[in-house]
Design a protein around this ligand. Structure first.
Ligand code: MG
Length: 186
């Protein structure tokens, strides 16, 4: 069993089942469902679809999104975990607070200047080397982030959208399967 000192998670579509909540503001703004994509910085997706982040956030409901089954129990059993997300900080922190989750650190779109997130500054802030980290995410961009720093990556296969894409690499069927990949129980 490999050791890893900390796990870094994407948030949307990885820890929380937010696909519908992320889509809903665009639908309200008149975008068709087929035009919406996942895994991009919120500002990029808003610009692409012709809206401001402010318009999007005003329509985003951060009050009802729930974790995927088994995620809360997995997080409770972890000694060291963090968030690296393309989400706007306001809605991301609102969700973390509502769910009572307290990651060691949580990086959001603002921390990356609204550009695509990257793991390099997150690892530096945590003081960990890539070999001590496993990143868990739901989109190809997440996988790319891990590849760029050379850390391990695992797919959140409990998200049906992710599983349906037949991702290549380590696919976790359930959150608890993370512990078969890394030994992190406290
Ligand atoms: Mg995601």
């Amino acid at each position: 069993m490999a050791e890893a000192r900390c796990i870094i998670f994407d948030l949307d579509g990885t820890l929380i089942d937010s696909d519908r909540a992320l889509i809903e503001p665009f639908l309200q703004l008149g975008v068709s469902l087929s035009e919406v994509t996942f895994g991009h910085p919120v500002q990029d997706e808003c610009e692409r679809l012709g809206f401001s982040v402010e318009e999007y956030l005003a329509a985003y409901d951060a009050s009802s999104v729930q974790p995927f089954p088994g995620v809360a129990e997995m997080l409770d059993a972890l000694t060291r975990w963090s968030i690296c997300s393309n989400k706007a900080r306001t809605s991301g922190l609102a969700e973390l607070n509502r769910l009572g989750w307290a990651p060691e650190t949580a990086w959001f779109a603002e921390d990356f200047g609204w550009k695509a997130k990257e793991l390099t500054p997150v690892l530096a802030a945590l003081g960990v080397a890539p070999e001590d980290v496993c990143f868990v995410g739901d989109t190809p961009h997440d996988q790319q982030c891990a590849a760029e720093v050379g850390c391990r990556f695992a797919w959140a296969g409990w998200n049906p959208r992710t599983l349906a894409a037949s991702p290549q690499g380590v696919v976790l069927a359930r959150p608890g399967d993370l512990f078969d990949l890394v030994d992190l129980r406290g």
